[in-house]
Design a protein around this ligand. Structure first.
Ligand SMILES: [Zn+2]
Ligand SMILES: [Zn+2]
Length: 248
């Protein structure tokens, strides 16, 4: 299944319209795609965005399967996301991502990375990450380790077995994001035998990105990872029959 389920249009910080992104994805040969714009709790445009994408889903149904989504940032240590709960039922997929590492009184700043205690950055990142894994609103964990890279924190400093066990336990879909693929590949390498469903995505912000990234998406798709059956996932989500997280 050749697909890309993470990209942005000009509803948020992408350069192109949803129509332009869809036409480009069809041209590349994707069978399935999702437009997943960044949201904030205050994003009042979500109903219009969802209605627009829903109409496009029908218009393009003979050429590509389009899903609708949002990418929501983790805003606190408990894994709450920056999206009003009313948005969830308007779209097919909710991507959760850590764009800034929360702490009790705000966020860590990358500018201070060299002066901050690494143990606290890692500890707070882990708390927020595990909070996101426990958040039932999130379907896909987008670019899982990318934010740590900005603080110079490497895979070797992290409890990778525990992290990947927790992901497996959560039942969430894990994204290998080709934009940040080095840390994300590490997660996949360590957890390949843990039964975690994966996804290869490009996080494109323009038609140009989408075309350039499609080569890597294709390459990783062909590597034999256990990829999610997204049609089934979305069907189960709609029917409320998604498998629940495993009990402790
Ligand atoms: Zn992101
Ligand atoms: Zn993104």
């Amino acid at each position: 299944m050749f697909m890309d389920l993470h990209m942005h249009s000009n509803y948020s910080d992408g350069k192109n319209t949803p129509e332009e992104m869809i036409e480009a994805a069809i041209g590349i040969g994707y069978e399935t795609m999702a437009i997943t714009d960044h949201v904030w709790k205050s994003s009042s445009w979500i109903p219009a965005y969802a209605a627009h994408l829903h109409a496009l889903k029908r218009n393009y149904r003979h050429q590509i399967r389009l899903y609708t989504g949002i990418e929501a940032k983790v805003v606190s240590l408990d894994g709450d996301i920056d999206a009003d709960p009313s948005f969830d039922s308007l779209v097919d997929l909710v991507l959760g991502s850590i764009h800034r590492i929360p702490k009790p009184d705000g966020y860590y700043s990358k500018a201070d990375a060299g002066r901050l205690p690494r143990g606290s950055i890692i500890g707070n990142w882990l708390e927020a990450f595990y909070g996101m894994l426990d958040n039932p609103r999130v379907d896909i964990i987008a670019h899982p380790l990318s934010e740590l890279k900005g603080f110079g924190i490497r895979e070797e400093e992290l409890p990778m077995e525990e992290i990947t066990d927790r992901i497996a336990h959560s039942g969430k879909i894990l994204e290998l994001n080709v934009r940040y693929n080095t840390p994300d590949q590490a997660v996949i390498r360590i957890s390949a035998h843990k039964g975690i469903p994966f996804l290869i995505s490009s996080d494109s912000h323009s038609v140009q990105d989408l075309i350039a990234n499609s080569r890597l998406v294709k390459e990783f798709t062909g590597r034999g990872y256990q990829l999610i059956d997204i049609h089934r996932h979305i069907g189960e989500k709609k029917n409320n029959t998604l498998p629940q997280p495993k009990p402790d």
